[in-house]
Design a protein around this ligand. Structure first.
Ligand code: AMP
Ligand code: MG
Length: 498
């Protein structure tokens, strides 16, 4: 199948997942590609991972990033998992087009998976070809790195290479491989894979692995599996709050796309909202709006309930007691989410000392934005200036179809800001740190991908990555990247591209 050669020690892998029982994965190397070419290397991330970017960019390095060579310490494998897809349970999914090369320890001492996405067929490919097209690879690169710069937990992108091969989708498209970096690729669906098979021993092994790797604070807990569940739920609640606070819509929150470590994972038809509306959906396959912006907390809780079910046999000897434990843990999600979300909304409004009534103030603004088609990101960003001086109001109110809707609200806001005290400039600085100027707007992402895929021009892709790497800073030279789309630029739908 593939002719693998050994590469010198560019990566010093230490593979804890590969030491788990054989039924956790299928061992196989990536499938060779015809003509690998490096599109982009994330040099900063490489350095943070303790890798040599110079070596990664050599012929040999690129061969590794394309899957043509496997480093000596690599133990390539495809992970097994199941999942609820749009509410329907599929007992076997697994890495159908991704291969985990191994794990490395980064500069912070954290263990990180190095995985090739689009690395060829695996025993989990079902009818798929195991490959990825360049467009979705660039999309994941842009959005995952933007999320990291927005300080939202996420998988990262180390590199993108083209393969010199075509992948057949609706039309033939250039093929590519993305190197994904994650705290781990263990998903809610990984637990479900063993639960549906009644394999309690595997669930315990997996849970112990996850505790050691992601939640060491659970090791000495009285009920370590209950503590594990509490911690996963808490991290997910915080993650979803962070998504909502920047207008991110994941688009495919299936249980197989929810990471146990609490990182955003599996960038498909995800998108950032332009105009604020809680029912916003972009994904072409999400016909019923299951994964709409405002549904994300509810869906996360639903997914975590599925996780709790898989852990039930470990929570207590007695089934009723286990169900009670699971339910208590799940019930904590709402409070955890609401607390994180409300605190984030306060930061967005420039309120650092919480008071009763703050949430209703924020909700009133959001409702007015929804009714008046206001741009989510720009409204909050421009409010940073308005908070410092009412001279800034004109720029904000102009975003509302009826500007007086903002004026009325701003009276309430200013009264509240006055109670807060503090120096106007310091408030602007604090608000800017909570309200990005730059998000990967759909039309900009589409423009960058189209230039790269259709004309081989990667400069818009490069510029976009540059702007998005410091999203909270003013970047006057890149002013147009902060603008909402013109009516003719609006992207109405996004696609998985699988
Ligand atoms: P995703 O939509 O990327 O979350 O993938 C859902 C499932 O489909 C996972 O099991 C993937 O591995 C599998 N899959 C997606 N695209 C492909 C492909 N091109 N070839 C094989 N399997 C795929
Ligand atoms: Mg997936």
């Amino acid at each position: 199948m593939t002719a693998q050669t050994e590469a010198a020690d560019l990566f010093a892998f230490d593979n804890s997942y590969a030491r788990l029982p054989a039924r956790f994965f299928a061992r196989l190397p990536p499938t060779r590609v015809a003509a690998p070419r490096l599109v982009r290397l994330n040099e900063k991330l490489a350095l943070h991972l303790g890798l040599d970017p110079g070596k990664l960019a050599t012929l040999e390095g690129v061969e590794i990033l394309a899957g043509n060579r496997v480093p000596k310490s690599g133990e390539p494998l495809a992970m097994a998992y199941a999942g609820h897809q749009f509410g329907t349970f599929v007992p076997q999914l697994g890495d159908g087009r991704a291969i985990l090369l191994g794990e490395i320890i980064d500069r912070d001492g954290l263990r990180r998976d190095i995985q090739l996405k689009g690395a060829g067929p695996t025993p989990f490919s079902r009818r798929g070809d195991g490959r990825a097209a360049l467009g979705p690879v660039l999309r994941e690169y842009i959005i995952s790195e933007a999320m990291a710069a927005l300080k939202i937990p996420t998988t990262r992108t180390l590199a993108a290479v083209t393969t010199g091969e075509t992948v057949q989708r609706e039309t033939p498209l250039p093929g590519a491989v993305l190197t994904r970096v994650a705290s781990s690729h263990i998903r809610v669906g990984t637990f479900q894979f063993f639960a549906v098979r009644g394999d309690v021993d595997a669930i315990r092994r997996l849970a112990d692995h996850v505790i050691a790797r992601h939640y060491p604070e659970a090791i000495d807990a009285a009920n370590r599996y209950r503590t594990l569940l509490d911690l996963v739920i808490s991290r997910q609640a915080e993650l979803i709050a962070k998504w909502l606070l920047v207008g991110f819509i994941h688009g495919v929150m299936n249980t197989d796309n929810m990471s146990i470590s609490g990182e955003t994972i599996d960038y498909g038809p995800c998108a950032f909202m332009d105009v604020y509306h809680p029912e916003t959906v972009y994904s072409s396959i999400d016909k019923l709006g299951r994964y709409a912006y405002g549904n994300q907390p509810r869906i996360a809780q639903w997914n975590l309930s599925r996780l709790a079910e898989t852990l039930a046999p470990l929570l207590a000897e007695d089934q009723d007691a286990a169900v009670k434990q699971a339910q208590e843990a799940i019930d904590a999600f709402a409070t955890r989410f609401e607390t994180a979300h409300a605190a984030g909304l306060n930061r967005k409004l420039g309120l650092l000392q919480p008071r009763p009534g703050d949430l209703s103030l924020a909700q009133d603004l959001l409702e007015r934005m929804a009714r008046n088609g206001a741009d989510f990101t720009l409204t909050f960003r421009r409010m940073c200036d308005a908070a410092a001086s009412p001279d800034g109001d004109a720029a904000v109110r102009g975003l509302f179809s009826d500007p007086s809707a903002f004026d009325d609200w701003a009276v309430r806001w200013r009264r509240r800001l006055a109670e807060e005290g503090g120096e106007p400039n310091a408030r602007r600085v604090a608000m800017r740190a909570a309200n990005p100027a730059f998000i990967p707007r759909n039309h900009l992402v589409a423009e960058a991908i189209s230039a790269a895929v259709n004309t081989g021009d990667f400069s818009p892709f490069e510029s976009l990555l540059t702007v998005l790497s410091t999203p909270y800073q003013e970047q006057p030279a890149f002013g147009r990247y902060a603008d909402p789309p013109r009516p003719d630029q609006v992207v109405h739908q996004t696609f998985c591209g699988t």
